[in-house]
Design a protein around this ligand. Structure first.
Ligand code: C5P
Length: 209
């Protein structure tokens, strides 16, 4: 088919989201931040006061989720990422969301999807796979700057602890743990700004297309 799929995976605050948006714009592809789908489920449960560990309730919220209605502003709120990583351990919830993510990826001319399991589970046949990493300290610093730039009052130690806890939960879980696909290209952005990371990613993609 004439579909182009680019898979971008990596840990929390690795810069994969910013990179995915830039790549999608550059190649004229759709973009889906799959973290927002897990956040959407978590937010629906939190908003209605329902528990985060009830599988049947989480499945219903996942089924009801409309990808077109995901609000990045609302869903990026502190606390939702942590809650999202709790609902993300449920295999049946993942199956429902992965189904929606694949439908999204199948819309011409194709898409850039970013998350934790795109190259391994959601789109194992993606044309190009990138695995974006950066040290926990660099990622915490980026998140800290982002919050401060938006007028917030950020706590570096708390952010770093949150990132390490989320890394642990995402890599240790049984269902689709965070790990690079065998054919993924590793991109360490610890010492790169956004522009440099984008150019490095573009070089990898252009070589494969
Ligand atoms: O990327 P983001 O921080 O928004 O993701 C929130 C949480 O959703 C992650 O910590 C992870 O547990 C889960 N997630 C996932 N698989 C994906 C995307 C996100 O398990 N493809």
């Amino acid at each position: 088919a004439d579909l182009l799929t680019i898979a971008i995976d990596g840990p929390a605050a690795s810069g994969k989201g910013t990179l995915a948006r830039r790549i999608a714009a550059h190649y004229g592809l759709h973009h889906l931040d799959t973290g927002l789908t897990y956040r959407g489920v978590a937010r629906a449960l939190l908003a209605s006061g329902q528990p985060l560990d009830d599988v049947a309730v989480a499945e219903a919220a996942a089924r009801a989720l409309d990808l077109a209605g995901l609000d990045r502003g609302v869903l990026s709120a502190h606390g939702i990422g942590e809650a999202a990583s709790k609902v993300a351990v449920m295999p049946t919830v993942r199956a429902i969301l992965v189904d929606k993510q694949r439908t999204f990826a199948a819309t011409p001319p194709g898409a850039v999807l970013d998350g934790r399991d795109i190259g391994t589970v959601v789109c194992p046949k993606a044309d190009v796979k990138l695995y974006v990493i950066a040290t926990p300290e660099v990622r915490a610093t980026r998140r800290w700057r982002e919050i401060e730039a938006n007028g917030g009052d950020a706590d570096y130690a708390g952010i770093l602890a949150d990132i390490k806890r989320r890394d642990e939960r995402d890599t240790a879980r049984a269902a689709s743990p965070l790990r690079p696909a065998e054919d993924a290209h590793l991109l360490d952005t610890s010492e790169m700004d956004i522009e440099t990371a984008f150019r490095a990613a573009k070089a990898i993609i252009d070589e494969r297309l």
